[in-house]
Design a protein around this ligand. Structure first.
Ligand code: PEP
Ligand code: MG
Length: 582
């Protein structure tokens, strides 16, 4: 029976594919019953996996220096959890009693443990849940014989295709996907994904847009109602998911998909055109990237530079953080690939929904308000220095500029600049080349920053508005929480005031201001931002041509007058009406 579910549209496009249910976090897990004669071998498989993980943890402990006390602490904790009878022993009981395969037994046991953790009052203990999940993930990786990732490849033994025309690829169906999970999709043929939870500007959604794969989140119970291999249609623009469609619906969506693809192809005609408004104002359209490999797509659309390189994705899905040379190679490859165009590399923005496998802020009650981004970097001076040295070294190979996330205080800027001076001094002493004039800028993404611009203007050479966080922090809306997603409003008068003020103060002083949050890549807001005076946009490469199309149709002087009037409005309906009429 066909049925339709509605959620939050986070990445446009239409996909028609086969559902692949993904269990906890990043791992795919087969669920099947084993024959009685295979029980002993299955138990042995799990015991061998536990022994291998124990060995891996021991090796990790031995290779971490005594200064890395947080690494040894988590390794010890993970070893304790691994040896807890609640985990492996209890899973072995499930294999013997219910004849579950080892992976399935582990996941069931994990779900039981997680439930128990959730009712614990003590915050510290409650948050150890993440550690149990990580231990189980390690075990599953060994059992599956590959580094854990959501695979686009269809699983052996599943019903390989229904023979329906136009049903192509895998649609991942998950309760939740972290940004670290989603980034794996870059190497896998995933046609789209749907999840129970998540918000439109969560990093998971952002990665989906950067991959140009349709995605709908906040569906609440999708994982319980979709079965493995079901045919699923995702309409990423409308937030609609159709399960088990009949031939008539399939035909309709095949048609819609072709129309959408045709529109995208037509946009390619704009490739060689400079982005200028009707009245001749030049606009710089730059790209946001997560990994160095994304630069190929940036060059394909001939972006004017990289306006935001989110370096934290280099640090995810691994137990040992990238060292200076590895980071340097990653940054240098982007700087070189972009020729002389600006490459804005943001220092680590870890915390909140972007977690590290090991280390990183832990056990926080409000991670979005916790030790995130620059706060975390300043609390880890050695790690920060390593990144700054790598960035400075890369600056010799292109037009690198350093962007600092989540600044709110003057002393954070001062401490950052001191760390940069220290890194420069070290490189000079070691006779390593770098650009002495590398520009340093700050993200304006905390209301306090937008309201104290003077502090930023005096100390930094450029500013980039992070609308995703600026909206989250101005409206006190968790950007990853679907329950409050309806309150996440880019057109709230307070948000508009902060953005326009930041742009105007910067432009008046002749200082460069860009927007690199998701608003910059949403063509619905292009004319509004042009009217506010914005001349540098940074977005996913896939959005650049659509935004360029809007710019080419805009008259900046006329928009300026209309937007000035619009900004005097306080009534939400009037504002959204005025924006749609721009
Ligand atoms: C933002 O907050 O708008 C931004 C660009 O940073 P991120 O989405 O990585 O938090
Ligand atoms: Mg941000």
């Amino acid at each position: 029976m066909p049925f339709v579910i509605h959620g939050l549209p986070v990445s446009q496009g239409i996909s028609i594919g086969h559902a692949h249910l993904v269990s906890h976090a990043l791992l795919e897990v087969n669920h099947f019953q084993i024959a009685p004669r295979h029980i002993d071998a299955e138990v042995q498989r799990l015991e061998d996996a536990a022994a291998k993980v124990r060995f891996e943890l021991r090796a990790l402990r031995e290779t971490s220096s005594s200064a890395q006390s947080e690494v040894t602490a988590f390794v010890d904790l993970h070893t304790l959890l691994l040896d807890d009878p609640m985990l492996v022993e209890a899973s072995i009981r499930l294999i013997r009693e219910r004849r579950c395969n080892a992976e399935w037994a582990l996941v069931q046991q994990l779900e039981q443990i997680v439930e128990q953790f959730e009712i614990i009052e003590d915050t510290y203990l409650r948050q150890r849940k993440a550690d149990v999940v990580q231990v189980v993930e390690r075990l599953l990786k060994v059992l599956l014989g590959h580094p854990g990732s959501v695979q686009g490849k269809r699983r052996e033994g599943s019903n390989l295709g229904t023979g329906l025309a136009g049903v192509v690829g895998t649609i991942v169906v998950a309760h939740d996907l972290s940004p670290a999970d989603t980034i794996h999709f870059k190497n896998n043929q995933i046609a789209g994904f749907v999840t129970d939870v998540g918000g439109a500007t969560s990093h998971t959604a952002i990665v989906a847009r950067s991959l140009s794969i349709p995605a709908v989140v906040g569906l609440r119970h999708v994982r319980n109602v979709v079965r493995e291999d079901d045919v699923v249609i995702i309409d990423g623009a409308r937030g609609v998911v159709i399960v088990d469609p009949d031939e008539r619906v399939l035909e309709e969506y095949r048609l819609r998909r072709s129309v959408y693809e045709l529109e995208r192809t037509k946009l390619k005609r704009l490739l060689t055109m400079r982005a200028a408004t009707l009245d001749g104002e030049m606009v710089s359209l730059q790209a946001n990237i997560e990994l160095p490999g994304d630069v190929a797509q940036v060059r394909e659309v001939d972006a004017d530079g990289v306006g935001l390189f989110r370096t934290e994705f280099l640090f995810m899905n691994r137990d040992v953080l990238p060292n200076e040379d590895e980071q340097f190679e990653a940054y240098r490859s982007v700087a070189k690939a972009m020729g002389g165009k600006p490459v804005t590399i943001r220092t680590l923005d870890i915390g909140s929904d972007k977690a590290l496998n090991s280390g990183g802020p832990r056990g926080e009650t409000n991670p979005a308000l916790g030790l995130r981004a620059i706060r975390y970097s300043l609390s880890e001076p050695q790690m920060f220095l390593t990144q700054l040295r790598a960035l400075l070294r890369a600056s010799y190979y292109g037009k690198v500029q350093i962007l600092v996330p989540m600044l709110a205080h003057a002393h954070e800027i001062d401490a950052t600049l001191t760390a940069i001076t220290l890194a420069k001094g070290q490189l000079r002493a070691e006779k390593i080349k770098f650009d002495e004039n590398v520009r340093v800028g700050g993200m304006i993404e905390v209301p306090a920053a937008a309201l104290s611009l003077g502090v930023f203007v005096k100390r930094l050479q450029f500013r980039s508005i992070g609308t995703n966080d600026l909206i989250q922090y101005t409206l006190a809306i968790d950007r990853t929480d679907e329950a409050v997603a309806h309150l996440y409003d880019p057109l709230h008068p307070a948000v508009l005031k902060l953005i326009s003020q930041t742009i105007q103060i910067g432009t008046k002083a002749g200082l460069s201001v860009s927007v690199c949050g998701e608003m910059a890549g949403d063509p619905h807001y292009t004319r509004l931002l042009v009217g506010m005076g914005l001349r540098t946009f940074s977005m996913h490469p896939a959005q650049i041509l659509e935004v360029k199309q809007e710019i080419l149709r805009s008259d900046s002087a006329e928009l300026g007058t209309k937007v000035t009037k619009l900004l005097r409005q306080d009534e939400p309906e009037r504002i959204s009406e005025a924006v749609s009429r721009l």
